[in-house]
Write a protein that binds this ligand. Structure first.
Ligand code: GLU
Length: 448
């Protein structure tokens, strides 16, 4: 069987880590199975969808490195849904219903008051021709419900295991509005069949939709058995609560602005909730190797932003200069060389944090001098150039011998004078980058 999967976002907001996980798992499944990854924009909800969000989704996926082999947009496929309407109506699989939202709400309230599940009572199915004609004469236009066949719907879910949902617990879903615009359950089933999707991998908030869609696929004349389903549990936060309220701050664009590397996100999301360990990987191909949907658990995984930041730092600490070079240039650090990068990368949580170190090495800073006499002696003892990574050890040993200082009392004032900061990259690496003139000026308390 050819693997064909789709990621089907609705363009009603920016992608966040929850959506990105679904996209990534689909993409990895396609790549590991030598299959096709389809990006399908589910934009039939014209009130909430925007072209700008659709564009942003494409940008964010590209930034993550997820490329798609095929692209579909539901708003381009309206003729297919209209054809499905005709087919379903002719087969009696959909029926017109006239209740207003207020009438439906009243029914639900009454059912709940009697301790019954609020399932649609199919009153519209019982309408006589004459009753229908009367309603239409009142100016009512029907929406269309799918008549769910009775009995249980069961499937073997690749993450959840055996799932069984009794149709009696579900309302006949509205699949076309009064203006005949199709709704998600229908469009998705039509597309999954016509795009020959082999595996539907999505969040477990769609479990009951799957029961409906299996029935819809059959009514459309597709073979639901040809589709496998995998429902991943939704992410939770460290305290065990759903992420929904925090998803704004976990939008991919926001993380990108904060300096999170796409591979930090991918490294975490590709393995979160699976039995494989989360490790920083430099490329998506490293995540394809060893990817196995069967290793994903049905227990909700915890998403921890601190874990993401730690992965980000580890990726930067291992980032080779050749890869850092163009990105440093984009940050305005065009002259940064391998020696600079190797000196500072171990101190970075985000790439942008290289900027202040570039200023320390090549620009002007305010040195911090707490003991001018000691700093003056240090300046006098600076050896002549050329300098290398051994220079600091020789210089500080001579300075220690001359002043009797050791350890923190010796090194801290040197760091404060040379970098203006309490902490940072190793002085042995920084000193040759500063050069003698700059080091000497700073030790003398001059802005340099
Ligand atoms: N547009 C739906 C969503 O964003 C797609 C769900 C699916 O079928 O994968 O929830």
């Amino acid at each position: 069987m050819t693997v064909r999967v789709r990621f089907a976002p609705s363009p009603t907001g920016f992608l966040h880590v929850g959506n990105a996980r679904i996209a990534l798992v689909n993409w990895l499944f396609a790549r590991a199975g030598r299959g096709r990854f389809i990006l399908r924009i589910d934009d039939t909800d014209t009130e909430r969808s925007t072209a700008a969000y659709a564009r942003a989704i494409e940008e964010d996926l590209a930034w993550l490195g997820l490329d798609w082999d095929e692209f579909a947009r539901q708003s381009d496929r309206m003729a297919r849904y209209a054809a499905a309407f005709e087919r379903l109506a002719a087969a009696g699989a959909i029926y017109p219903a006239y209740e207003t939202p207020a009438e439906l709400e009243a029914k639900r309230t009454a059912q709940l008051a009697r301790g019954r599940p609020p399932v649609y009572d199919r009153a519209a199915l019982a309408l006589t021709e004459a009753a229908r004609a009367r309603l239409e004469a009142e100016g009512r236009r029907p929406h269309w419900r799918f008549r769910l066949p009775a009995g249980p719907v069961a499937w073997d879910d690749l993450v959840h295991g055996g799932v069984r949902i009794d149709a009696a617990t579900l309302s006949d879903p509205v699949v076309f509005r009064a203006d005949r615009r199709p709704l998600y359950l229908l469009t998705s089933a039509v597309d999954d069949a016509e795009l020959e999707v082999s595996h539907v991998i999505r969040g477990e908030d769609h479990l009951t939709n799957t029961a409906v869609q299996i029935r819809l696929l059959a009514a459309l004349g597709a073979e639901p058995e040809r589709l496998r389903f995998a429902h991943l549990p939704l992410l939770i936060d460290a305290g065990g609560a759903g992420l929904s309220k925090r998803l704004g701050s976990l939008a991919l664009r926001r993380l990108r602005e904060e300096g999170i590397e796409p591979m930090a996100i991918a490294s975490l999301l590709a393995r979160l909730g699976s039995s494989d360990p989360v490790e920083p990987k430099a490329r998506l191909a490293d995540l394809v190797a060893g990817f196995d949907l069967a290793r994903f658990s049905r227990a909700a995984p915890r998403f921890d932003a601190a874990e993401l930041r730690a992965l980000n730092a580890r990726l930067l600490h291992a980032l080779p200069f050749e890869e850092a070079r163009p990105r440093l240039a984009a940050l305005g650090l065009a002259g940064a060389d391998a020696a600079f990068w190797e000196a500072v990368r171990g101190n970075l949580a985000t790439l942008a944090e290289a900027k202040p170190w570039w200023r320390v090495c090549t620009g002007e800073i305010e040195p911090v001098i707490e003991d001018a006499a000691f700093a003056g002696t240090a300046a006098e003892l600076l050896p002549p150039e050329p300098w290398d990574q051994g220079t600091f050890a020789a210089w500080s040993a001579a300075l220690g011998a001359a002043t009797g200082r050791r350890g923190r009392a010796l090194y801290r004032p040197l760091r404060l004078a040379l970098t203006g900061a309490e902490r940072g990259p190793e002085l042995k690496d920084l000193l040759p980058l500063l050069g003698r003139a700059r080091a000497r000026a700073r030790l003398k308390g001059l802005r340099a």
